[in-house]
Write a protein that binds this ligand. Structure first.
Ligand code: ATP
Ligand code: MG
Length: 178
């Protein structure tokens, strides 16, 4: 959380930590899940839902730009506030390798290095996608808004969204064949 805050993510302020406790800023009572469910469940999505989903996506992009994998992206793990969307629940989060930049990355791949960073971000998005589809009535439409925004706004968006396609295909295969 501290790492994400340093990277500009609007996470709760951490006041104190102990061995098995943490004191942090109270960031409200309304989760993104509650907020989206309170809106008309229409298709196309109401503009307020789109605005909220775009902020949610930009928060995720900032988390990923901080080289952090959240590990449990769901609409209930983000709080809604009219001026910001605030991620919570970093209990499953991990840190990944920094963004190497195009030249170093290509060299790394040519030398057989894998690209766990992109794969991890794609899996993070896949977890969110599955959770949204099972939680929200217009989940498929919501996912499209998120994926398009991620692709457009993240510096690594093209590669992550391409990888997301592979992760989905693996998921479908698992569903069919166990
Ligand atoms: N900083 C905070 N400000 C306001 N509410 C919070 C904050 N942190 C946690 N909460 C509330 O507590 C709930 C559970 O927190 P969190 O998701 O971190 O724990 P959890 O053990 O993973 O619980 P869950 O299984 O419900 O996700 C959140 O959904 C939110 O309603
Ligand atoms: Mg939680």
């Amino acid at each position: 959380m501290v790492r994400c805050r340093r990277g500009g993510v609007r996470c709760p302020v951490i006041y104190d930590v102990g061995e098995d406790w943490i004191v942090m800023e109270d960031v409200g009572r309304v989760s993104v899940k509650d907020y989206l469910k309170s809106l008309p469940q229409t298709s196309p999505l109401p503009s307020s839902a789109i605005t909220c989903l775009l902020s949610l996506t930009n928060s995720i992009i900032s988390i990923h730009s901080s080289s952090c994998i959240h590990g449990d992206l769901t609409t209930s793990n983000f709080m809604y506030n009219p001026t910001s969307i605030i991620p919570l629940d970093f209990g499953l989060s991990t840190i990944c390798a920094p963004n190497m930049g195009e030249k170093k990355r290509k060299n790394n791949e040519m030398n057989g290095g894998n690209n766990n960073r992109i794969e991890s971000f794609a899996v993070d998005l896949y977890v969110l996608e599955r959770s949204i589809i099972s939680t929200h009535e217009n989940g498929e439409e919501m996912v499209k808004v998120i994926v398009n925004e991620y692709k457009e706004k993240s510096r690594e968006g093209d590669r992550v969204v391409q990888k997301l396609g592979e992760v989905r295909a693996r998921g479908r295969k698992r569903e069919c064949f166990g």
